[in-house]
Ligand binder design. Structure first.
Ligand SMILES: [Zn+2]
Length: 338
């Protein structure tokens, strides 16, 4: 095991998880604490800083911690590490200057991204997408989220919402209200919330998606239809993106991805029907990482993209990116150890 070491953390509405990792990706320490979300921004920041300081204390003598990667709930401005939009899961989190707060406290360079992006990065670095640099990542739980990695780099977009697949328009969602306030978006027909709503609207009981999946497996046609409509709509959106991005594979996770063939088969058919014929056999894979995946992804992002502090002192030319990304090539700093 060699240095340098990196810290990674994932800040969610219910828990904050952190890791200390070696240069080869080995996890040297792993901690998890509840998020004091109801106590507000300062309490959440305090819990994060305490967690990071404790993890840093696990660094073996002579091996310095040189950078920090953070994944957080919400939309993040990648250039300055500010949370630009967070939901009610983290009250007051919108506007938090996360990068500056952690850099000032720890005296280390920090990179901040959203939680789905760092999960996608983890799957590329040492999960289902290992060895590839072009990956489409989709997560379907309560809502539909996504991330895009092209040529080894995360797509952030101008406002930090790049890769947000859930708000792509799909035909099956026509007229349905979306969580964002618009209508006709994928999230309104393919999310776990939408599946449960469709099942109830068809006369079924109020059930979780895993219960609906069980009913579908037992032959309940309403459950089968709810899953098929959702899977097919996701396939349409994913197939369209596959045509645009030409990823090596699509990694599809989240609770709904455990709903079985009544969801997966319409999804596969939807992708095949929507994608450019040349690309219709793109592999659809489940995520391979479970334990501390987002925190590990954040640490890997830091290891591969943060510049040494010395090079960050150079005067920036006007309009230059606040944080140019150098050496973002997979397979150099992290080798995929668990
Ligand atoms: Zn929407």
């Amino acid at each position: 095991m060699t240095g340098p070491l990196h810290l990674g953390a994932d800040i969610g509405g219910t828990k904050i998880e952190g890791v200390l990792v070696a240069a080869d990706g080995t996890v040297l320490a792993h901690h998890r604490v509840p998020t004091p979300a109801r106590e507000g921004r300062d309490a959440v920041l305090g819990a994060l800083l305490t967690l990071l300081a404790e993890l840093r204390g696990h660094a073996p003598a002579g091996l310095p911690v040189v950078g920090v990667g953070l994944g957080t709930h919400g939309v993040v401005s990648h250039h300055d590490g500010v949370v630009t939009l967070a939901s009610g899961a983290l009250p007051g989190w919108t506007g938090t200057p996360l990068r500056r707060a952690v850099e000032e406290e720890l005296g280390l360079p920090v990179v901040v991204d959203n939680d789905v992006n760092v999960l996608a990065y983890a799957e590329m670095a040492f999960g289902a997408g290992q060895g590839h640099q072009d990956l489409l990542f989709v997560t379907v739980g309560t809502g539909v989220g996504g991330a895009v990695i092209t040529d080894g780099r995360l797509l952030r977009g101008e406002h930090g919402s790049g890769g947000e697949l859930g708000h792509a328009p799909v035909a099956a969602a026509a007229g349905l209200p979306c969580s964002c306030g618009a209508e006709g978006h994928l999230d309104a027909v393919a999310s776990g919330t939408a599946i449960a709503r469709a099942y109830t609207a068809a006369g079924g009981a109020e059930l979780s998606t895993s219960q609906i999946a069980r009913r579908a497996a037992e032959g309940d046609p309403r459950a089968q239809t709810a899953l098929a409509v959702a899977g097919s709509a996701l396939g349409e959106a994913v197939g369209g993106l596959v045509s645009v991005l030409d990823p090596a594979l699509v990694v599809i996770g989240g609770g709904v991805a455990s709903c079985g063939d009544h969801w997966w088969e319409p999804l596969r058919r939807g992708v095949r029907a929507a994608a450019l014929p040349l690309l219709r056999d793109v592999p659809l894979r489940r995520p391979r990482l479970t334990r501390a995946a987002a925190a590990r992804g954040a640490a890997a992002l830091a290891a591969r993209t943060l510049l040494p502090p010395s090079s960050r002192q150079a005067p920036a030319t006007p309009r230059a990116p606040a944080r140019p990304e150098a050496a973002e090539s997979p397979g150099t700093a992290e080798a995929g150890a668990a």
